[in-house]
Design a protein around this ligand. Structure first.
Ligand code: SF4
Length: 292
């Protein structure tokens, strides 16, 4: 094939685009890690590997980063075999063995518990996730991992934000870094800046052996489904809207909301200064001053 043709062959174009996508995702993970100090020298990071596209991508990108990072940290993949019927238990160990990735498989039959406790026809996901979290956190504590990496991405974070807004009456999402309720675990979400569509594309390109979550036959929570549909429709009609909304989560102005615990509205204007000076002084105090 002449050189000019080779240069424009569909294969080369595909390879070029695949390389660009990989670079974009690595860059996004690197930015999230830097912005939130997600990984530090000496960390022992447990990567939760369910076998879905998100967790495979998370593991893959963290491994790539580990190979180049100036700091040394340990990565261990951990899969929880929940004993769902039809779970292909060899798939994850085979793949990790081939790639030389250290892996632990925890076996815990949460499936039987969930199917026993949740009435037929109801979604089992929320109890299932709680039990999964419990098993994984307990393992992390026992094995001395100081960080737990989860595969949630930008679109999960946005969906959670709207679920809380519409149904929970609270302005909160999933942060890139979180101390667990019991204060024992640091959860990190290195894919926080990654778009789900790009993760799906990357997972397909890298041919990860994907195991679907819903082998158990449960349906995703209806409210979450509705929120996802809403976000997809918005993005379709107004490309870039999701990114704008996500940026908003990192640009919060407490003085322009209504949470009196976040902003001292009560003493606003009561120190002899103008309300404007007062508000700015308070914000500066919090080292978070932003222009109106
Ligand atoms: S789909 Fe099944 S395995 Fe997945 S979270 Fe829901 S109940 Fe658990």
């Amino acid at each position: 094939m002449p050189a000019a043709e080779r240069l424009h062959s569909p294969d080369r174009k595909q390879a070029h685009e695949a390389a660009r996508l990989a670079k974009r995702l690595r860059h996004a993970v690197g930015r999230a890690i830097a912005d939130y100090n997600l990984v530090e020298d000496g960390d022992r990071v447990m990567v939760c590997l369910s076998g879905g596209k998100d967790s495979w991508t998370l593991l893959d990108l963290l491994l790539a980063l580990q190979a180049k990072a100036p700091v040394k940290f340990e990565l261990v993949a951990v899969n929880l075999d929940q004993k769902q019927p039809g779970f292909p238990e060899h798939v994850i160990p085979d793949y990790c063995r081939e790639r030389g990735v250290p892996l632990h498989v925890i076996e815990q039959d949460t499936y039987s518990v969930v199917t026993r406790v949740v009435p037929e026809g109801k979604t089992m996901c929320s109890l299932c996730s709680r039990l999964r979290r419990g098993a994984l956190y307990a393992f992390a504590e026992r094995e001395g991992f100081n960080k737990i990496a989860l595969g949630h991405h930008r679109d999960d974070i946005l969906a959670t934000f709207f679920l809380n807004l519409f149904h929970g009456g609270a302005l909160k999402a999933m942060p890139p870094k979180l101390l667990s309720d019991d204060g024992k675990h640091l959860l990190i979400r290195p894919l926080a800046y990654c778009r789900e569509a790009e993760i799906a594309e990357y997972a397909a390109q890298r041919a990860f052996p994907i195991i679907p979550c819903n082998l158990c036959g449960s349906q995703e929570n209806l409210q979450r489904k509705q929120v996802r549909r809403m976000l997809d429709a918005w993005e379709h009609e107004h490309p870039g809207r999701s990114e704008t909304m996500f940026r908003a989560l990192a640009h919060v102005t407490p003085s322009h909301l209504a949470d009196a615990e976040l902003f001292d509205f009560a003493s606003l204007g009561s120190h002899g200064e103008t309300p404007r000076q007062d508000a700015h002084a308070w914000l500066a105090d919090k080292a978070g001053a932003r222009d109106e």
